[in-house]
Write a protein that binds this ligand. Sequence first.
Ligand SMILES: Cc1cc2nc3c(=O)[nH]c(=O)nc-3n(C[C@H](O)[C@H](O)[C@H](O)COP(=O)(O)OP(=O)(O)OC[C@H]3O[C@@H](n4cnc5c(N)ncnc54)[C@H](O)[C@@H]3O)c2cc1C
Ligand SMILES: *[C@@H]1O[C@H](CO)[C@@H](O)[C@H](O)[C@H]1NC(C)=O
Ligand SMILES: *[C@@H]1O[C@H](CO)[C@@H](O)[C@H](O)[C@H]1NC(C)=O
Ligand SMILES: *[C@@H]1O[C@H](CO)[C@@H](O)[C@H](O)[C@H]1NC(C)=O
Ligand SMILES: *[C@@H]1O[C@H](CO)[C@@H](O)[C@H](O)[C@H]1NC(C)=O
Ligand SMILES: *[C@@H]1O[C@H](CO)[C@@H](O)[C@H](O)[C@H]1NC(C)=O
Ligand SMILES: *[C@@H]1O[C@H](CO)[C@@H](O)[C@H](O)[C@H]1NC(C)=O
Ligand SMILES: *[C@@H]1O[C@H](CO)[C@@H](O)[C@H](O)[C@H]1NC(C)=O
Ligand SMILES: *[C@@H]1O[C@H](CO)[C@@H](O)[C@H](O)[C@H]1NC(C)=O
Ligand SMILES: *[C@@H]1O[C@H](CO)[C@@H](O)[C@H](O)[C@H]1NC(C)=O
Ligand SMILES: *[C@@H]1O[C@H](CO)[C@@H](O)[C@H](O)[C@H]1NC(C)=O
Length: 537
Amino acid sequence: MAISALGNLAIIALLLLTATSAITASNTAHEGFLQCFLNHTQSSNASSHLVYAPNTTAYNTVLRSSIQNIRFLYSSTTKKPVLIVTPTNESHVQASVICSRKYGLNIRVRSGGHDYEGMSYVSDHEVFIIVDLANLRSITVDAEHSIAWVQAGATLGELYYTIGVKNKTAAFTAGVCPTVGVGGHLSGGGIGTISRKYGAAADNVIDAQLVDANGSLLNRESMGEDLFWAMRGGGAASFGIVLSYKIKLAYVPPTVTAFNINRNLGQNATYLVSRWQQIAAKFDENLYMRVIAQAVDDSTTGNRTIQAVFNSLFLGTCKELVTLMETSFPELGFEAKDCSGSEMSWLESVLFFAGYSNESANILLDRRPEYNSSFKAKSDFVREPIPETEWEKIWKFLLEPEDEPLVMIMEPFGGRLSEISESAIPFPHRKGNLYIIQYFMRWFQIDPAVTKRHLDWMRKLYGFMTPYVSSHPRAAYLNYKDIDLGRTDKHTTYKDARVWGTKYFKNNFKRLAFVKATVDPGNFFRNEQSIPPLLVL
Ligand SMILES: Cc1cc2nc3c(=O)[nH]c(=O)nc-3n(C[C@H](O)[C@H](O)[C@H](O)COP(=O)(O)OP(=O)(O)OC[C@H]3O[C@@H](n4cnc5c(N)ncnc54)[C@H](O)[C@@H]3O)c2cc1C
Ligand SMILES: *[C@@H]1O[C@H](CO)[C@@H](O)[C@H](O)[C@H]1NC(C)=O
Ligand SMILES: *[C@@H]1O[C@H](CO)[C@@H](O)[C@H](O)[C@H]1NC(C)=O
Ligand SMILES: *[C@@H]1O[C@H](CO)[C@@H](O)[C@H](O)[C@H]1NC(C)=O
Ligand SMILES: *[C@@H]1O[C@H](CO)[C@@H](O)[C@H](O)[C@H]1NC(C)=O
Ligand SMILES: *[C@@H]1O[C@H](CO)[C@@H](O)[C@H](O)[C@H]1NC(C)=O
Ligand SMILES: *[C@@H]1O[C@H](CO)[C@@H](O)[C@H](O)[C@H]1NC(C)=O
Ligand SMILES: *[C@@H]1O[C@H](CO)[C@@H](O)[C@H](O)[C@H]1NC(C)=O
Ligand SMILES: *[C@@H]1O[C@H](CO)[C@@H](O)[C@H](O)[C@H]1NC(C)=O
Ligand SMILES: *[C@@H]1O[C@H](CO)[C@@H](O)[C@H](O)[C@H]1NC(C)=O
Ligand SMILES: *[C@@H]1O[C@H](CO)[C@@H](O)[C@H](O)[C@H]1NC(C)=O
């Protein structure tokens, strides 16, 4: 008894000692960083205004400015940054890398703050700084040559707006949410309404600027084709800090048609979703039709039902669409009246998909988060249609939660997405995929019990879906990042990380780990799901 009490005391003393020395170490580190950063950037007059310490009032505002998933802010197990740096010049990014490395601080790079697991602004174990690129967001469009340079801190909304107002028939293939950051999105793939025609966003990156672990500013030529390959779909966070991308624009007709068709269980939703699976990936590549399914109260009966929204974009007129639908999907019963009033410019279709009705296009420049809420998502790829009888069981899962709905967003593949080879870039989801499912749940309470309940729903449905989706590996989409798939720390080896790495990247994972070893052998750029270096092939 006495011995064990003494033992406990010794342990407590040891813990206290470790805790104190950790605090001292991190204080020294971030003060050292600050000195070093100011030293490196002193020619730039504003440099001290670029750094926010936790003891300033602005720190919280800057930290919160682009966070989409607030649950990590209230988690007792996650750490917040010791400093936030907001560069306005490339040289500030270089100084951040050089000085963090010198003082042993981890870096989290943030562009749009949409990371599903908060990896751009919190950490489990690391003492870290945020390099927030929101001020580096200039966009230069050369519409005549169908190219643009876009800085990483720009949002998709800013990019679409800048392209769309310059040239009505120019566009870029990427995701639908306007506040998503270019920096994270293009480095993880990027899929949206015109991906069946033009591929993923990362397929359309033709050059880039990146700061590596040595603080060197590189472009495609100086970084070499291996690193340029890796940063287009492999998640740039494992390799460096992207400053800008040169992208290839897409052609869109001056008139497009954006529309929703809603069907509930009483209107054959089960049959129609089941049929949609078989044909949506084979539609004309000008037609994108995704399905958003969730439980709702039927407006006429008041009963709970499943509503399937066929949320669609056609690159053409309503008249052309009616003809196409008669041959492509007659079961839906689509008529001319379903698209009357739905003709618009491509830029207006961006507003439509973002859920805006008659707001003017410059709302796309609003970078503030649409919600200050928590969410959890997971993804799956479907390669064989799921039988109609099984959909009845899936609906039961969606009908079960009584507060916030569990939403299934199903986006068709096929077209250009499927023509590109699996190894062209690290984004490997190509031929053979009919569609991707994103399971998504959003909630507003920060009570840990509420969070747990939602995570449990999500994991239960994911378990149930196992027999119906891709296997060996059960593939997942990096931009819908899911920490349940596996976790890394600085000691994780390539072999251990393979479990989740092959889900995101299939056979590209090995090459990614090898590229990592050549450009960042010391694993400076790391997070809870980063690629470990593979030193020997
Ligand atoms: C509401 C919502 C809608 C979405 N819609 C779509 C969609 O339609 N299609 C789709 O494909 N995806 C979609 N996504 C997912 C989105 O593509 C990813 O979350 C993406 O990674 C977000 O990029 P970000 O810059 O906003 O995020 P951040 O949180 O800033 O960054 C995400 C990751 O990338 C790293 N990173 C960010 N910037 C850089 C940089 N400059 N250099 C190196 N690493 C960097 C971060 O460190 C982090 O690991 C959506 C997400 C949300 C929340
Ligand atoms: C900052 O620069 C001064 C003068 O060049 C140098 O003496 C000092 O060591 C530097 N400090 C850091 C932290 O780099
Ligand atoms: C430095 O910044 C301050 C405050 O932002 C400004 O008043 C001053 O004119 C600047 N000096 C130079 C030389 O740019
Ligand atoms: C805030 O913290 C920084 C860095 O540790 C320190 O240099 C500064 O003096 C502090 N400011 C205040 C007002 O306490
Ligand atoms: C960064 O500063 C350099 C040198 O002053 C300048 O040439 C460059 O244009 C700046 N970059 C940005 C993005 O402002
Ligand atoms: C507009 O964009 C289209 C498609 O990218 C391009 O073919 C055309 O030349 C551009 N027009 C102008 C005036 O820039
Ligand atoms: C549902 O689909 C079946 C088979 O196509 C069809 O016979 C039936 O009329 C449809 N019902 C409704 C309400 O559309
Ligand atoms: C609505 O639900 C009630 C109770 O379950 C049921 O009696 C009724 O038939 C339902 N109405 C319709 C239109 O399905
Ligand atoms: C949208 O249009 C309706 C009807 O014309 C109008 O009442 C409403 O104020 C408009 N909303 C916005 C945001 O402009
Ligand atoms: C979310 O929080 C940010 C930062 O505090 C704020 O600017 C924004 O208006 C909030 N958005 C909503 C929808 O409440
Ligand atoms: C980084 O710098 C070290 C030491 O100068 C050098 O050996 C290494 O090759 C550099 N790495 C890259 C990717 O340039």
